[in-house]
Design a protein around this ligand. Structure first.
Ligand code: PLP
Length: 489
């Protein structure tokens, strides 16, 4: 018999193994393989806004990881066990148990998604003029604080602004600034939030040490500490990987430690709940929970279903167990890191280190000949779709620029990024290789890529609705090219 002896397999020069998905595929959802000319037309019909594309015209959809994951066979089985009773459904009891076992928080309030949990919490705790600090507020979090009359304050750590710094915990909050705010605003801070992982800062993890620091400051100032826990499992995994003292812990144990520092959390089950819809609020304070349940009945539903159906409650209960599976978390993070490593090796400007749920291209560097007033992020996102049917999301000045109230002048966003958000368990490693190849092709022909201008845009959340036009060249914004975006100059 030939083949490797047990000894030769143990040798250090053993062939490295490729990343494999720790699951088999039982049900498939085909997508249509489109041609470039067709994608050209689709872009024009969509006014060069990727949010306006029909998903049927997209091959690899990396627009968001929210609610776009694949459920497991165990979750679909749980869906069939869902009990749709208005009150006292066993689905709620299973959901409640799963949330308690994951977070350690006693009081569990189901909501239809994350922002509904935020709405309930802030409408109850935040009064006009209150300041709510966070490492970085997610946009719905900020909107809900502002809707309650509060001020949403971002205090990201200094390392977070440098896209090329290899610092591991770029999701951290600046503890010195937090301490100053808590002192200066004593009596005016109803809670401190921490977003794990820090979505707006690139899905970067927050260290256990940083969270412990926040805990200490909150205790000292008697301010409640809440987590925006949407990606708690990815944060736990990345923290464990980068913290030597935790190397023997399970991701579940690290998650428990993280939740153990906080008084409660808001959660979107569309992220690390591994479900297509759902969310919750969970906390230790029974008096606050009682008040929140009263509000819940008015806006979401009865306390044993909130905004969810019985079958959704069961899907999330099962999802919360699966999301802490070590093999799943390793495959997910290693696969995202693989894309980043390949792009770095090809010289493509990409945000480092790899975050938990997405890959971010630095479009200002990628298209360094396109001025920021001509939206390099939007221009790059259009090219990725055109080249390979890959839908991504601009996170730059289209989404985040601020307009000066006095002058009407636009102030560009901090960074011009293109986000490739990876849905959970949805795409395979060969899809990731395809995406890398498409990015490299666009990189090769970057010199010919032109900027865009906005033709028409609503005043708020304009990135969803705006329409764009491609510019002839960056010297002359007035000169319009009549032919489609696909024709390279
Ligand atoms: C998605 C998200 C939310 C809001 O959750 P929805 O379910 O979309 O309402 C809040 N915070 C963070 C960090 C998120 O990623």
């Amino acid at each position: 018999m030939s083949g490797p002896t047990p000894d030769s397999r143990m040798k250090p020069e053993a062939v490295p193994l490729p990343i494999i998905e720790p699951f088999r595929i039982k049900s498939v959802e085909p997508f249509r393989v489109t041609e470039r000319a067709e994608r050209d037309e689709s872009l024009q019909r969509a006014g060069f806004n990727l949010f306006k594309l029909a998903s049927a015209d997209v091959m690899i959809d990396l627009l968001t990881d929210s609610g776009t994951g694949a459920m497991s066979s165990a979750q679909w089985a749980a869906v069939m066990l869902g009990d749709e009773s208005y009150a006292g459904s066993p689905s709620f009891l299973r959901f409640e148990r799963a949330v308690r076992e994951t977070t350690g928080f006693e009081h569990v309030i189901p909501t239809h998604q994350g922002r509904a949990a935020e709405h309930l919490l802030f409408q109850t705790l935040v009064k006009p003029g209150h300041v709510v600090p966070n490492n970085t507020h997610f946009d719905t979090t900020r909107a809900n604080i502002e809707a309650a009359g509060g001020i949403a304050l971002d205090l990201p750590c200094a390392e977070s602004t440098d896209t090329q710094s290899a610092f591991t915990f770029k999701g951290n909050i600046d503890l010195d600034r937090l301490a100053t705010v808590l002192e200066d605003q004593r009596g005016n801070v109803p809670l401190v939030m921490m977003t794990v992982t820090n979505n707006a800062a690139g899905g970067q993890p927050v260290s256990l040490q940083n969270l412990t620091g926040v805990r200490a400051l909150c205790l000292k100032e008697h301010v409640p500490f809440y987590l925006d826990a949407c990606r708690f499992a990815e944060n736990a995994f990345l923290v464990r990987e980068s913290t030597e003292s935790l190397s023997g812990s399970t991701a579940r144990a690290v998650a428990e430690s993280i939740f153990g520092l906080a008084d409660g959390c808001t959660m979107s089950a569309k992220k690390d709940g591994l479900a297509n819809i759902g969310g919750f609020l969970a906390m230790r304070d029974p008096i606050l929970a009682r008040e929140l349940r009263q509000r819940l009945v008015v806006t979401e539903g009865f306390p044993t279903y909130g905004g969810m159906s019985g079958r959704d409650l069961d899907a999330v209960a099962q999802g919360l167990v699966e999301v802490l599976d070590e093999d799943y978390l390793r495959y997910r993070t290693v696969s995202i890191r693989y894309v980043v490593t390949r792009l770095v090796a090809a010289g493509v400007p990409v945000v480092r280190p790899a975050g938990g749920h997405a890959i971010f291209l630095d479009a200002a560097r990628f298209l360094d000949h396109v001025p920021r007033s001509q939206y390099p992020g939007q221009a790059l996102a259009l090219e990725l779709y055109l080249e390979g049917g890959v839908r991504t999301c601009e996170v730059g000045s289209v989404m985040l620029a601020r307009t000066d109230a006095q002058t009407g002048q636009e102030e560009p966003a901090l960074h011009e990024l293109v986000r490739l958000t990876v849905p959970r368990r949805t795409y395979t490693q060969s899809h990731m290789d395809y995406v890398i190849a498409i990015i490299k092709r666009v990189w090769e022909r970057r010199a010919g890529i032109r900027g865009v201008e906005i033709v028409d845009a609503p005043k708020v959340l304009r990135h969803f609705q705006a329409t764009f036009r491609r510019l002839a060249n960056h010297q002359d914004p007035q000169l319009k090219i009549p032919h489609p975006v696909g024709q390279d100059v």
